[in-house]
Write a protein that binds this ligand. Structure first.
Ligand SMILES: [Zn+2]
Length: 201
């Protein structure tokens, strides 16, 4: 199967706990009633495989056999997409102490190598832009970017074809003072924190 319909995709996200509804503190400091924990989709490899095949099919026309993901969120998606293709390679880039992304662990891009960058979710595109830069510095050529979910609410920090299986552009969010859930006294949670102290739902 190389397609994934939107209803099935949402169903898997919800069942996996990768899409939460409640009252959440975002990394920006704002509050929201929705939260994505896309790593949780990877808890179900058979489901993730369907996403990977759908994304791989849509990225295939860009002609790259090398898939690069930003650590940590992009590692499993990049690996899963690369596994759909014969003779592919998969690498990941990591945060540098200077703030950008670099290849470590002996990973190397060959001069002129065609690459697609794959991430779990793209919000501003900052990590993806840093990976693109790392690939370009190594002499590679990024032809497209893929993600499970496009969560952008404005212009992205990269200018390349971008394929996302789901597009979610209107997640409500508020400054804490203006948050209706705070006014209703709904407990605030921080879903990305340690599981032992932040039980979800
Ligand atoms: Zn709130």
């Amino acid at each position: 199967m190389t397609t994934l319909d939107e209803a099935a995709a949402w169903d898997m996200l919800t069942q996996a706990g990768a899409y939460l509804q409640g009252h959440f503190l975002l990394t920006t400091g704002r509050h929201s009633n929705q939260f994505f924990l896309l790593s949780r989709l990877s808890e179900h490899p058979a489901w993730l495989w369907r996403w990977a095949q759908a994304l791989a099919a849509r990225l295939e026309p860009f002609g790259a056999k090398t898939v690069v993901g930003p650590a940590v969120g992009g590692i499993i998606p990049a690996f899963a997409v690369a596994s759909c293709w014969q003779d592919s390679r998969m690498l990941f880039a990591e945060k540098d102490t200077n703030g950008g992304m670099v290849f470590k662990r002996g990973f190397q891009i060959h001069p002129g190598e065609a690459v697609v960058v794959v991430e779990d979710a793209v919000t501003t595109g900052k990590s993806v832009a840093e990976v693109i830069q790392a690939v370009q510095q190594a002499g590679g050529v990024v032809s497209a970017v893929g993600a499970w979910v496009d969560r952008s609410q404005g212009p992205l920090q990269f200018d390349l074809p971008f394929i996302a299986l789901l597009r979610v552009h209107h997640v409500p969010n508020w400054e804490p003072e203006a948050c209706p859930l705070c006014h209703q006294g709904v407990p605030l949670s921080r879903p990305k924190g340690p599981t032992s102290v932040n039980r979800e739902r």
